[in-house]
Design a protein around this ligand. Structure first.
Ligand code: NAD
Length: 369
């Protein structure tokens, strides 16, 4: 096993962050999770680790420079793993301001505080310090029918989300080049798996199936994405902190390209198997009984495409695989099935989100203000 480290993880109450916190603790590390608990942050995703003596949580906003400086001074981490972000493309189109604040200014604050901390470390500790900036393949823009994003692909972001992440990637690299901060950057494809907020495509599909509601698919569903199981991403992030070369970028992907419509159909088929659709009275009355028997895919509904919607993302993950010996463990059959099963087995988790009750946890249950 790797040497245990003191990890400062930002955004650890989010989807990828909560999976990362759990895996890091499992690997023997200490974790301070700092998260401001926006709508996407859910302490209920970490209930099982709350009593772990190697785990701490602090509600801190990364746009608050003073609190970030104080945290770095007090906790003195061996590595910062920076995941906190506004992450939903549709929200970035409706309200880009918060994306600039969190993704750009927040990253700047963390880089500055980390640099200060790094410079104060004795040389033997400074040699081992790392700042990992976790980013997305969306910074590279859109691919044609062929080709893959490599670490050398030019940046060409199209949404306010990807533009804000691209800005923060450039800041992170500039802090390595200009100030010598041991920065690593990872750019990963679409994640899926347990604890994903039910506004993202895969949980949306599962929950719409369970509620018998229309499943919205943008355009004709022809956009192509590469999908990676979240635990595989987290394994890659810990490998990069442990063994990655400072100053380097690593692309992370699942080698698992799918058109959105094919992804949605696969999920419907898994749902058909794991929880067959029951015909409701209105379907019987309206004479759509035979359609009802054809399963959840009848719920698919095409909706107006998102503006600036990139056609295709696909990742060349050879560098991380060859240098750090990382490979995804889940393929699409196993990963999608595990995910559907998780949402079926953990209804209380997502029902708390749909009802808004998950936000009570940040005040203490029952203390609604
Ligand atoms: P998420 O939206 O589920 O979680 C983000 C977390 O950050 C939340 O807990 C939220 O409360 C917290 N946060 C937001 N603003 C904050 C602020 N100002 N201060 C402190 N905390 C704040 O996101 P995710 O899907 O888990 O993504 C995590 C990171 O990974 C992001 O940086 C994202 O860009 C990157 N990424 C995500 C994917 C993906 O498919 N989800 C793919 C590649 C990269």
């Amino acid at each position: 096993m790797a040497h245990p480290k003191r990890l400062l993880i930002t955004g650890g109450a989010g989807f990828i962050g909560s999976n990362l916190v759990r895996l890091a603790l499992l690997q023997g590390h200490e974790v301070l999770n700092i998260d401001s608990l926006t709508y996407a942050g859910n302490v209920g995703s970490l209930r099982d680790v709350q009593s772990n003596s190697r785990y701490q949580f602090a509600r801190i906003d990364i746009t608050d420079a003073e609190s970030i400086n104080q945290t770095l001074r007090d906790y003195a981490p061996d590595a910062v793993m920076h995941l906190a972000a506004e992450s939903h493309v549709d929200r970035s189109i409706d309200g880009p301001g918060q994306f600039i604040q969190t993704n750009v200014i927040g990253t700047f604050n963390l880089l500055q505080a980390s640099l200060q901390h790094y410079r104060n470390l004795p040389p033997e500790n400074a040699d081992h310090f790392r700042f990992l900036h976790v980013s997305t393949d969306e910074v590279y823009g859109s691919l044609g029918e062929s080709g893959l994003f490599t670490e050398a692909s030019p940046y060409d972001p199209h949404s306010p989300y990807s533009a804000s992440k691209a800005s923060s990637d450039h800041l992170a690299r500039a802090w390595a080049d200009t100030y010598g901060l041991p920065v690593l950057v990872t750019n990963c494809s679409n994640n899926y798996g347990p604890y994903q907020f039910p506004e993202k495509l895969i949980p949306v599909v599962i929950l719409k199936c369970l509620r018998g509601e229309p499943i919205p698919v943008y355009g004709l569903g022809e956009n192509i994405r590469d999908w990676l199981y979240v635990e595989d991403h987290c394994q890659a992030l810990l490998a990069v902190v442990e063994k990655g070369r400072p100053g380097q970028t690593y692309n992370i992907g699942g080698n698992n390209e799918l058109r959105n419509i094919d992804l949605v159909r696969s999920l419907c088929e898994i749902m058909d198997e794991l929880k067959p659709m029951t015909m409701c009275a209105s379907q019987v009355e309206s004479g759509s009984a035979s359609e009802a028997n054809s399963g959840y895919s009848q719920l698919i509904t095409f909706v107006t495409d998102r503006p600036g919607h990139d056609a295709r993302y696909a990742i060349d993950a050879r560098k991380i695989s060859e240098e750090l010996n990382w490979q995804p463990q889940q393929n699409k059959q196993s990963g999608f099935r595990k995910t559907v099963q998780w949402y079926l087995d953990n209804q209380a988790w997502w029902q708390d989100i749909l009802s808004g009750d998950y936000q009570l946890d940040r005040l203490g249950r029952g203390a609604r203000s």
